[in-house]
Design a binder for this molecule. Structure first.
Ligand SMILES: [Zn+2]
Length: 127
């Protein structure tokens, strides 16, 4: 049911894990089958220097998280904000139609992590 690219990310997920001192943490969930994605980012001079994911859920959610980290790593914050859920699914060579809800939260989690990072910056600035 999954193509080879998806299976590759499933058997060998890229950037899996946590960043204990992350600059931003974002979370997104898919109520349909209970997938949960958390994205951790480390930002250096406006660039996503490191990114990791922790995902509980089905294969599509894990493969999408893995692909998302590959797409976002090394990108400027502004560019990373432009990554869409559609791009993640496309980069994976497509997902089964009934699994699209699962991959559709990966970019949301990244955008939430960037928002979290930005809110912390503002806080530091105001102090
Ligand atoms: Zn799922």
């Amino acid at each position: 049911m999954y193509n080879e690219k998806v299976l590759d990310h499933l058997s060998n997920p890229r950037n899996a894990g946590e960043i204990p001192d992350a600059d931003g943490i974002g979370h997104a969930g898919n109520p349909v089958d209970g997938d949960s994605i958390t994205i951790y980012i480390k930002v250096k001079e406006g660039i996503i220097d490191d990114i990791k994911f922790k995902t509980f859920g089905c294969g599509a959610a894990i493969a999408a998280s893995s692909m998302l980290t590959v797409l976002a790593k090394g990108k400027a914050i502004e560019e990373a904000l432009k990554i869409t859920n559609e791009q993640v699914a496309e980069a994976l060579g497509g997902l089964p139609p009934h699994k699209i809800n699962c991959s559709n939260i990966a970019a949301d989690a990244l955008h939430a992590a960037i928002a979290d990072y930005r809110s912390k910056i503002k806080f530091t600035f105001l102090r």
